[in-house]
Structure formats: structure tokens, C-alpha cells
Design a protein around this ligand. Structure first.
Ligand SMILES: C[S@@+](CC[C@H](N)C(=O)[O-])C[C@H]1O[C@@H](n2cnc3c(N)ncnc32)[C@H](O)[C@@H]1O
Length: 366
């Protein structure tokens, strides 16, 4: 029997674009920085192709790893693909982009359950203690990726997780009479007690907050990207967890490309409605960055000579989703309103162009 392929629906497309955007940056930044080996783990890799023709996450990862290896001769990567379905893996192994590899790219395909494969993977991570590791955890539902197992994949300062967290789905089962089901939710949430989620005014929000709080114990930089399905239901969300500001910046950028208004959500419902009614599609939208002005004012109020470099660093590392490009727009707005002044320590006498905020400029917040 051939492998079962399924269609790439709008939410899946959005997910794959985020993963692809991030991995393109991840592999090449690591190689450019001089790392000689990186590890990509796809814990629920699937067959590598959708019935509608799109490539799946393992193929996307292989392509980015290959093109980085072609550009940087000293760069090596190991890609570990896991799936419990042998047919899916058989299919994956027939795909050209998986069969034909640059000699510096090693692909290991493992047939088994994600949580059972972790021990073997840990041995491998121990043998490669300095290799940056990105783990993509993308199950169909909940229960196969307990928090205790995810923890183990954050083995060094350059480890990152990207997790498909089925908050809406889990919410529907949180009071299930079968204890095996609720036990799985407890393991996902890293908690023996689900009362806080059961009694919350917004249980889906509470599950997400609880999960993100757990991730924060593993890495300073966590980020949520919420998904709504075709019926506008909050079914799942993607969570990033990492320890490097550069990674945080790059995942934000990948998310903004999918949600040009807020950088943190995708709704298959809204997208389908826009497409069928001929309204503006997601690619014609503008970022809503107004909230960043208040954040900047709150943070830097009455401070003098704050460099634009300091401001950009703070925006990347300490705000939920904003980036320097948004800070530029908001600095311009604050300047026009007279709320800030600037000084150029290396002034050439030439007038500053609108939205041009070189890192050396010093800002005084009034
Ligand atoms: C959502 S699909 C993965 C899609 C893929 N990551 C992509 O983006 O193209 C989930 C996959 O997980 C596999 N799976 C389900 N339970 C699993 C488990 N416990 N361990 C490993 N794989 C599992 C399924 O066979 C399926 O291929």
C-alpha cells in the first residue's frame, strides 16, 4: 500500500512558510558565523509531500541545508527525521531532494514514536555537544510530545524548539473521563493538576500561557503564533523557544511574512473569506505598530542619548513581536510629533531621510 498523502491546507501552508523562512536564515547564519555542524530534528516528519504537490518540512529542511553546504564548504549538517508510519518514511526516502545530498549533509531516517526515539537522539546530542540544534515537533494532536522529552532537546545554548501545540484540541479533552487522555494533557503541560486550565475564563488562552511559561524555563526567547481553522476556531498554535536573540529576530521575521499586520497569527477562516470575496489578501496588509510607540515611551521616557542600536536591541529581545523595521516607523512618528529629538555623533551635515534611523543616532525622549 502506498503512503497516504493529504492536502496542504492554508494553515499548513502558513506553517511551512514559517519553517522554511526560518530555516533558510538559520542554516546560513550558523554557517556564516563559522559553526561547522548543525542538527535539524523533525520529530513528526511525515511523507515529505502533500497530495496537492507542496513539499513537506523534511524536504524543505534538506533543501536549505544543501544550499548552505554548497555555499560554505566547511559546513556540515545532520538531519534526523522521525515518523511512526513506515509508509510515510518509505515515501520520503524516494524524494529526489532527500536521495541526492551534498556530501556534507547526512540524513538519518528513524521509524518509531518520537518520545521513544529521544533517548537515542540524546546520545547523539551528547556526542555533538556544541552543535546548534533545531527541533521541529509537529504532531497531529496532543500527547506524543511530553514536556519532559522536549526539555531534553534543548541541550546547549544554540538549541531551539518549534512546536505545534494543539491548544484548542486539548481544551476539548481536558475533562475527559478516560484518565489516560487527561494524563497525556498533564504530561504536555508538565503539571499534575489541570484545575487552573479547567476553571480559567479562557481555557485555551490559559493552556497556551501555561505552555509558554514552561518553555520560558528552557529558553528566554519564546514566541507564540496562533492559528485559527476554517471555522474560525482556535485549534492550535506554534511556539518557538530559543536562547539566542538572533534566532528570536529571525523567527519574528518569518512570522511577520505570514501575518503582515500583527506578526503573530493566521486564520484560515479570514484567508478563505478574503480569497472568495476578492478582498485584500494577507500580502497586501500593513503592520500595526502603533502599540510600539507606547512601549518605547514607557521604557525610555525622559532618557537622553539612547542609541538607536540600544533601542533596536531592546525591541528585538524584549517586545513580543516587534522588529527594528517597526521601530523605525514609530521613531519617525514620535519625531514628527515632537516626542523625541535626535543627535548624530558623526553628522555630515546632510539631512536625515525619513525612516532612516542609523544605529549610531542618539535619541532623547522628552
Ligand atoms: C502533521 S504530520 C507532519 C507534517 C510534517 N511535519 C510537515 O510539515 O510536512 C504528523 C506526522 O506525525 C506522524 N506521527 C504521529 N504520531 C507519531 C509519533 N508518536 N511519533 C512520530 N511520528 C508520529 C504521522 O504519521 C504524520 O506523518
Amino acid at each position: 500500500m502506498a503512503a497516504k498523502l493529504w492536502p496542504c491546507k492554508p494553515r499548513t501552508k502558513a506553517k511551512l512558510e514559517i519553517v522554511s523562512g526560518y530555516l533558510a536564515a538559520w542554516f546560513s547564519i550558523l554557517a556564516a558565523k563559522g559553526f561547522q555542524h548543525a542538527i535539524y530534528i523533525d520529530g513528526f516528519c511525515g511523507p515529505g509531500k502533500y497530495s496537492t504537490g507542496e513539499e513537506g518540512s523534511p524536504v524543505i529542511a534538506a533543501r536549505h541545508a544543501n544550499s548552505t553546504a554548497q555555499k560554505y564548504p566547511n559546513f556540515k549538517a545532520t538531519l534526523i527525521f522521525i515518523d511512526e508510519d513506515p509508509k510515510a518514511l518509505e515515501h520520503l526516502a524516494t524524494i529526489d531532494a532527500i536521495k541526492k545530498q551534498h556530501p556534507n549533509i547526512v540524513i538519518e531516517i528513524k521509524n518509531g514514536k518520537f518520545s521513544d526515539e529521544i533517548d537515542g537522539i540524546l546520545d547523539y546530542l551528547k556526542k555533538n555537544p556544541n552543535s546548534p540544534t533545531f527541533s521541529f515537533v509537529d504532531p497531529f494532536g496532543f500527547g506524543q510530545s511530553p514536556f519532559e522529552k522536549l526539555k531534553l532537546l534543548m541541550h546547549n545554548e544554540h538549541s531551539e524548539l518549534f512546536i505545534n501545540f494543539w491548544c484548542g484540541y486539548m481544551n476539548r479533552f481536558k475533562e475527559h473521563e478516560d484518565e489516560d487522555v487527561t494524563q497525556k494533557i498533564k504530561e504536555m503541560m508538565g503539571s499534575d493538576n489541570l484545575d487552573a486550565f479547567i476553571n480559567a475564563a479562557d481555557p485555551i488562552g490559559a493552556l497556551c500561557k501555561g505552555f509558554e511559561a514552561n518553555l520560558k524555563t528552557l529558553g528566554k526567547y519564546t514566541l507564540k503564533f496562533a492559528m485559527r481553522d476554517e471555522g474560525n476556531i482556535r485549534d492550535n498554535a506554534f511556539f518557538f523557544c530559543g536562547r539566542q536573540p538572533r534566532g528570536f529576530e529571525k523567527i519574528k521575521e518569518a512570522m511577520w511574512r505570514i501575518d503582515p499586520e500583527h506578526g503573530n497569527a493566521f486564520s484560515a477562516h479570514t484567508e478563505l473569506k478574503a480569497q472568495t470575496s476578492g478582498q485584500v489578501s494577507l500580502f497586501d496588509k500593513q503592520p500595526h505598530t502603533g502599540g510600539l510607540s507606547s512601549l518605547l515611551i514607557n521604557k525610555f521616557s525622559h532618557q537622553s542619548n539612547v542609541s538607536v542600536e540600544t533601542i533596536f536591541k531592546w525591541v528585538i529581545e524584549e517586545t513580543d513581536s516587534f522588529l527594528p523595521t517597526h521601530a523605525r516607523a514609530e521613531l519617525e512618528r514620535l519625531y514628527e510629533k515632537g516626542s523625541i529629538a535626535y543627535h548624530d555623533p558623526q553628522s555630515t551635515g546632510r539631512k536625515r531621510r525619513a525612516n532612516d534611523w542609523p544605529k549610531r543616532l542618539l535619541i532623547t525622549f522628552k
